[in-house]
Design a protein around this ligand. Sequence first.
Ligand code: NZQ
Ligand code: ZN
Length: 386
Amino acid sequence: MNNFEFKNPTKIIFGKDSIEKLANEIPENAKILLLYGGGSIMENGIYDQVKTALADATVIEFGGIPANPEYSVLMEALEVIKTESITFLLAVGGGSVIDGTKFLSAAAMYGGASPWNILTDNIKIEEGLPFGTVLTLPATASEMNSGAVITRAETKEKLAMGGPGLFPQFSILDPQVITSIPERQLANGITDAFTHVLEQYMTYPVGGLLQDRFAESILQTLIEVAPKVIKDPTDYEAASNFMWSCTMALNGLIQQGVPGDWAIHMMGHELTALFGIDHARTLAIMTPSHYKYNFEAKKEKLAQYAERVWKITEGSKDDKAYAAIEKTEAFFHELGIETKLSNYTDDYEGTAETIKQRFTDRGWLGIGEHKSLSPDKVEKIVKMAY
Ligand code: NZQ
Ligand code: ZN
């Protein structure tokens, strides 16, 4: 096992009707900016629950943060933070609203020329404006990590940021919120969380026995609850396990002491930036070809995953490893998620070359757990996903 240092300061308040507890977590005399997305919280009652809980607090609102949080919209919110002298941010939404809030937390304290530089210059955020979250969509684990991904339509870019100053102070997780989530977004959430685990697991063995079993148990739980959640989002037991699995998939725990890959996400983010494909779907597109291309490097873990998660007992190590890739793809298909780029756009020719060029320009010359995937190799993997 590799050496590690681990600190996750986010307080989780989990369970039925937990939004009622919101007021206990807000700092005294805070001037709050409540941030939300396209308005789903108005229809499903979450907005009312939040407003009731905050009845005695000073709250200003900013709505309209779109999926794949857009820089230009966030710059409007930044203006509100400055003119209203906001002291606390409250994100009520899914990964997009929470990520947008993290960007604002950082941008509010940033002294540089343009807040976009936080992303392009990869500035590690040590301190941000304090914020909390009320999660409405299990998927990203943004509610318990310190990363964010921000989109800029003008330049068709989608870039990541983060730092120890960007953990939420608290996150409220009431699994009942999933009852209003459309099936497509539920499938996205399952797929995103599943791939988060794979990115931290499907590398090479380093003797992280506990981390491997943590990862496998999250994958097994997601496989078990996925059909139940899709069939009946009011099934509280399934909903609560789904929600907690998503958080545990990327709150830092399973990545300690083991290598990480993240190439699927790096390539996937480009597909969202170029075509607007839902984040989770870009991962489903990239996963099979990434694992096939890197088969030799990953086959020990692929075979272990085959045996322990998919219970594949027949055949050689190579057979099992290959069958596991097929099982993974079939799982995405069962969720109604297509796994080829051409299923989403007719305009895919040239995509691999564009991504290769972008990675080259950004100096991303070796990605993946061995830092060995050059832009040339990335081009080949993306082409395999057409
Ligand atoms: O905007 P509203 O009206 O709220 O509707 C949203 C949105 O249309 C809707 N929704 C959310 N909760 C709902 C609901 N509809 C009904 N009932 C509810 N309870 O769902 C749609 C998608 O929401 P979004 O927040 O975009 O989804 P998700 O949580 O999947 O977040 C995706 C974003 O997170 C980034 C992705 O790149 C993408 O931009 N990621 C963030 C990560 C992180 N911070 O650690 C890691 C991930 O890998 C990912 O990259
Ligand atoms: Zn993801």
